[in-house]
Design a protein around this ligand. Sequence first.
Ligand SMILES: O=C(O)CCC(=O)C(=O)O
Ligand SMILES: [Fe+2]
Length: 325
Amino acid sequence: MCRAHGSEKVPVIDLSQTEEAAAQEVRQACISAGFFYVSNHGVPDNIMERYAEQNRKFFALPVQEKLRILADKNNRGYTPMAEETLDPANQTEGDSKEGLYIGREIPADSEEATKPLHGPNQWPSEALLPDFRPVTMEYFHAMHVLGLRLVRLIALALQLPADHFDSNFDKPLINLRPLHYSAKVSRPSEGIYGAGAHTDYGMLTLLATDKNPGLQICLDGQWQDVPPMPGMLIVNLGDMLERWTNGMFRSTLHRVISTCGCDRYSTAFFLEPNFDTVVECLPQCCIDTPARFPPTTSGQHLLDKYAQTHAGLDAGIKKLASEAA
Ligand SMILES: O=C(O)CCC(=O)C(=O)O
Ligand SMILES: [Fe+2]
């Protein structure tokens, strides 16, 4: 059970220091909070700003236009307001947010596209938003480079060679997910949330938010605010890293509580191992404690999770699609 707010416990890690020094700080943060900020991360402000502008334009499109690219079976495309319920046990309605899933661009006729969760992206009309795709791809690339750098820091933080996980990330499952939260004020006592409490599913998440607060994480039984910090990104670990490390590195419960009565924009970049990667306790993490989780694969874990939280992946998406037609 997670209660009222406590003090700030999310560290800032300066990525301009040596890899060894950064890895030490990453290790501490992964053990204690499962969340950290990164400063001097190398993604220019200019890209961040141009990307944020395109997202505002996308979400400002008429809903009919967005529904044209409703998320498909590969989880690429638009998820309407309240389509996702991240914490079904405690929510009385869906999250007060809409989003767009963008993955690695995989041509429909390629071998890779035969796998679940692989395929082409769905883009908004070029005539309406000519810069959306190129600017989004530029941001995607910058996050991908930074994400792989963080995977190497995490390997070092586990006292493994920096390239330990590299072969698990040469065909990664990536979701870039711009989000728009409506101005609806959250009422947790009534089960109404910006985003219900959840842990992220994969290896790690790189989050960029606008200036409005809302993100909270559950630490030591208390909800702690993780406010936006200018020029920094928020990094958190997902379930797969928790499984790999047998719980030593934390996939921390978090949620979004909207209090300002204003719209809020954020973007998560979810970096997950290749579809077929087996995720099981690293030998060094199950010497003293038996493995807490059975082995799984990256792809299966994600498919299971999406099926639990997205109405849109089954009958719901068809209903929304037929309403839009
Ligand atoms: O919008 C935020 O601040 C958090 C979003 C989030 O937790 C998610 O998309 O998994
Ligand atoms: Fe999350």
